[in-house]
Design a protein around this ligand. Structure first.
Ligand code: KG4
Ligand code: ZN
Length: 384
């Protein structure tokens, strides 16, 4: 069966087509088109919902055409239309869901609404060989522990099976992606912040140099600044005893530190160098928290698989550090290929394929319609 999938929950207009084989529960990706609005929103330092909707409206048809053309299929050859129905920005979600329902109605085929985070988790099923993308739904052994880290979510999700989700820990305030973006904003590094902060941190990790600490008081002997004793940001909720997270305090610590430092360092070049230290220490703090909580969750719930999902899963340090945690615990580790970490429609198609198979097995395909949420529920949709 051919599944056409749509993602429009935030600032990417994305359409993909997968060819799914029901018998072997495998799929091949025929096309995966993503049109990013990042440059448009960068001016505002974040995603502006109505602007996102305007861009989806403009880009959807060209993206759809490109996805079908690349797949070598006509719209009539599509068997199922899938779309992200939440959570996300309402004006943006409306564009995608309305398009999906209209297309399905036009070709008299079913449509299915997918939870955005279920999509992110499913991006782990995508593999690549000889330049071709494909996947298999029985790739992982359950129970699966998923660390979902994106611009809107930070959750530890236990999956005993497909569609059996238990949120065992989550952020009490900001999502980790939001914190990355905010730190970039504080340091004047642009938007979106994650990739820039992560690059700066990496440079610092590699450089291994000691910057003079402008904050340390001159010694009694009047030697001036001593070697920088490294910045220390808080590790929020590290020892909270549960699996929850918090990032707003860390974000504020970076803000106060930077306000102080920028008053003291007058040399522009030195200030630029200092940004790398801040990014490095911020990333260390985030990684330490994720490693400790993931370790605790693995010990407590004994999953067979530990995987990362969401835009922040593209972060190199987190990928390396969390893989080491899984390895230490003897658990299979997975993170999505970099190109499928951010928002894309293929992940929605894969999630739709597994949902469709379950409903078919249950003889319950009619319920596809009743799975649709109403408008209010879409923005804050729960994973279940
Ligand atoms: O999953 P996603 O594309 O959108 C949401 O569903 O929220 O995640 C976007 C988030 C942004 O906050 C972005 O800064 C962050 O993912 N991000 C990263 C990296 N690449 C993207 N954060 C840290 N390191 C990265 N390499
Ligand atoms: Zn996302």
């Amino acid at each position: 069966m051919n599944i056409l999938s749509i993602e429009s929950s935030c600032d990417e207009t994305a359409v993909a087509v997968i060819k799914a084989d029901e018998k072997s529960e495998s799929f091949a990706i025929l096309s995966n088109v993503v049109s990013s609005q990042v440059k448009i929103h960068a001016k505002w330092g974040g995603v502006v919902p109505n602007l996102a909707a305007r861009e989806h409206l403009k880009n959807f048809v060209p993206v759809l055409d490109e996805a079908l053309e690349e797949a070598g299929l006509k719209l009539e050859e599509i068997d199922l239309v899938a779309v992200t129905q939440g959570p996300g920005l309402i004006p943006a979600l409306l564009l995608g869901t309305n398009a999906a329902k209209s297309l399905a109605h036009l070709i008299k085929k079913p449509s299915i609404g997918i939870h955005h985070i279920e999509g992110h988790i499913c991006s782990n099923f995508i593999e690549k060989k000889d330049g071709k993308y494909f996947g298999q739904l029985d790739k992982f052994e359950f129970p699966i522990l998923a660390l979902v880290i994106s611009g809107g979510h930070t959750q530890l999700v236990l999956m005993k099976d497909f569609f059996d989700y238990q949120i065992i820990g989550e952020t009490q305030d900001d999502a980790v992606g939001e914190a990355f973006d905010k730190v970039a904003k504080i340091l004047g590094l642009g938007y979106p912040g994650g990739p820039i902060v992560s690059k700066m941190a990496e440079v610092e990790r590699k450089a291994e140099y000691n910057l003079k600490n402008p904050l340390s008081p001159p010694s009694k002997k009047g030697e001036g600044n001593r070697n920088f004793p490294s910045i220390k940001f808080p590790r929020p909720m590290l020892n909270s005893g549960n699996l929850d997270f918090s990032f707003s305090g860390l974000k504020t610590a970076v803000l106060y530190y930077w306000q102080d430092v920028s008053k003291r360092i007058k040399d522009e070049k030195e200030l630029e160098e200092h940004k790398k230290l801040v990014c490095h220490e911020f990333e260390n703090a985030v990684s330490e928290v994720f490693c400790k909580k993931s370790f605790k969750a693995i010990e407590e719930y004994q999953p067979k698989t530990f995987l990362l999902a969401g835009g922040v899963a593209a972060n190199k340090k987190l990928r390396t550090d969390l893989e080491a945690v899984a390895e230490g615990e003897g658990v299979k580790f997975s993170c999505p290929m970099i190109e499928f970490c951010g928002d894309n429609a293929t992940m929605i198609g894969v999630a739709a394929f597994s949902r469709y198979l379950r409903l078919k097995k249950e003889g319950n395909l009619d319920s596809l319609k009743s799975e649709w949420k109403d408008l209010e529920a879409m923005a804050q949709m729960e994973l279940r």
